[in-house]
Design a protein around this ligand. Sequence first.
Ligand SMILES: Cc1cc2nc3c(=O)[nH]c(=O)nc-3n(C[C@H](O)[C@H](O)[C@H](O)COP(=O)(O)OP(=O)(O)OC[C@H]3O[C@@H](n4cnc5c(N)ncnc54)[C@H](O)[C@@H]3O)c2cc1C
Length: 402
Amino acid sequence: MDLRYSEAELAFAAEVRAFFANDYPQDILAKRRRGQSLAKSDLQRSERALSDRGWLAANWPPEHGGTGWSVTEKYLFDEELERAGAAPIVPMGVIYVAPVLYTFGSEEQKRRFLPEILKANTFWAQGYSEPGAGSDLAGLECRADADGDDYIVNGSKTWTSQAHFADWIFCLVRTSREERKQQGITFLMIDMNTPGVEVHPIITIDGGHHLNTVSFENVRVPQSNRVGEEGKGWSYAKYLLTHERTSYAHIAGKKEQMRKLESCARETRDGRDTLWADPEFRRRYEAVAVELTTLEYTTLRTLAAVATGGAPGNESSILKVRSTEVAQAITELWLEAAGYLGVRAVPDRSDADWNGGRGGPFAPAWPVTSVADYFFTRAQSIYGGTNEIQKNVIAKQVLGLE
Ligand SMILES: Cc1cc2nc3c(=O)[nH]c(=O)nc-3n(C[C@H](O)[C@H](O)[C@H](O)COP(=O)(O)OP(=O)(O)OC[C@H]3O[C@@H](n4cnc5c(N)ncnc54)[C@H](O)[C@@H]3O)c2cc1C
């Protein structure tokens, strides 16, 4: 196996790198370096910059506006995006619902929704989980009752990421009660501006507002917003989840975190030994680096399988478990580094504009944000289906153990 990049691939990577250095909104990169959260308008500008270049929808088929990139090009693009520190693509529209639409949606739905996602005009939320239905998602109770050409939706969704930004939400709703709970579930797209839809914020342990509860009270939704057949939503939802779980790896971002961690751990403070000189820290750093390399090759294998025609299968559960474990291990090392170096004055770092340039003592952004990152990364082994549930999937569907 030849693992070297070709000349053309290296030229492509250089083109992407130049784009992020010159044509991408630089103020967004600066905000990200400072660990500031991004507003919806920032995310929209970020996605429009990619869209203008034709680079927003790497995972879509070219006939719908996808890039037509090879697996390697997609990988190189992600690597450059994460190396530059650009905003991640908000996945709910581009990565989650779009594949369902171009695979199962009607021609009218494809014409209506895909271009709007591609131009970053509409942001989406994912309405799967409910207060009483998370791991046991098929137990969901949010109801859609047919009424003429419409459905009337009643119930609530919870842990809904970015619902406060979203223009649309795709929901799993119950349209009938069958013996098997998975039957009678329908995939419905709901305009967030419809009367009766309300968004209630949930503030997480990192202090951020990422999550919400969304309630629906007698919300009238045209039946033409249903994707595919009534009662078949479970199979579309499962298809979506394999795309979702494959998207968690973020290898390049993890590599970048490890590079930065090494450089921060090499800093001296008040004449003390560096953290890098501590053999126990180095041992754990190298152990995580090895895990990351194995994750990288597992990811490449999965992407290569997708490139040769397969949708990502249940193997995506393996990626989900490993990616989240490695992500959490990295933030644990970061937290330790932050504790070692402290967050007080560090006078000569280039990212020292954390205090907004007001002068006086300052701290670099990373020790402060590493605490929030540590807390929020705990959630990775919960969302998209918990790691325990992924292990059940691996046991039953991949290893055939019943
Ligand atoms: C940050 C974040 C973002 C999220 N974003 C979204 C979103 O945008 N849209 C959305 O629909 N949902 C979202 N979720 C919800 C997420 O999908 C659920 O939290 C998840 O599926 C778990 O469901 P639950 O919270 O109800 O936990 P529960 O299902 O109640 O599970 C509780 C615990 O029991 C374990 N458990 C449950 N059943 C089993 C079993 N059969 N075998 C072994 N262990 C089991 C679980 O692993 C877990 O540890 C998000 C969650 C988080 C934390």
